[in-house]
Design a protein around this ligand. Sequence first.
Ligand code: 13P
Ligand code: SF4
Length: 311
Amino acid sequence: MNYKKEINRLKKEKNALILAHYYQIDEIQDIADYVGDSLGLAQKAAEAKVDIIVFAGVHFMAEVAKIINPGTKVLLPDMNAGCSLADACPYDDFAAFKARYPDHIVISYINTTAAIKTLSDVICTSGNAVKLVESFPKDQKIIFAPDRNLGGYVNSVTGRNMVLWDGSCEVHDMLTVEAIIKLKEENPDAKIVAHPECKQQILEIADFVGSTTGLLKFTKNDPAKKFIVATETGILHQMYLQSPDKEFIIAPSDETCSCNDCPYMKLNSMEKLYLALKNESPEITMDEQLMEQARKPIERMLEISKKLKII
Ligand code: 13P
Ligand code: SF4
């Protein structure tokens, strides 16, 4: 089966759009209509005028696409493509946590379930978290969930003291500062770039911290020729495409371990993408009321991002 040819044929026939995250396998990134970070993907999903969106990413991303574009059929090639951060914040536990801080607003990272979004005032992504937090008055009391690493990073950059939910991404949280320092010693000419889901010690030694799109832009525009990249491996595909003359070393570069392959992102395959388009399944379906409640904080994020020109 020539999946590439069949997917392109079905895409045309069914008026479908393929959105892919940078952590998808290379072949999926190559066939997608748009590849981006969570913010870019949400913005594309919001403006899409198609019959079907095939979301090559993880569940919370496809859920956001459905919530902000409810009239469009949204397919996720593998329904088991979850996210350890979203799993780290169960609804009942978070509702009880929130109740302890009645004078705080809730800013939630997009890596959450729709149910958690209904408990949130505004959503953020790694691409807009700092600016979004700064858009609130300095004395505004804030709960940030679910990523303690991203929340801690935003606190350090903005000088805020947000109350943090204690969640983390199993992929980024496994990266160690020791392994990165060792790599840096072996490659003193390399700059370190890190996703804010990494631990604080890594973020402190990084030359640049940003979302996947941010990391990509930085490595393209910076004059350095070599980079140590502290995030998921999938991003390297676009880095090499956009900067073919540069060298990228994934951290930690331990050949015996593929710890920084996201096991959820990597569940999607060309075969599953083809089958999803062919069968128009598995489809994201959600309760109308849940969608309506979860939409408000997402729309608020999109509005603020537009106003602040964050893309
Ligand atoms: P980005 O929005 O930076 O692409 O991050 C999404 C994600 O899940 C990182 O692990
Ligand atoms: Fe979730 Fe981490 Fe995978 Fe991103 S890399 S989708 S945060 S588990």
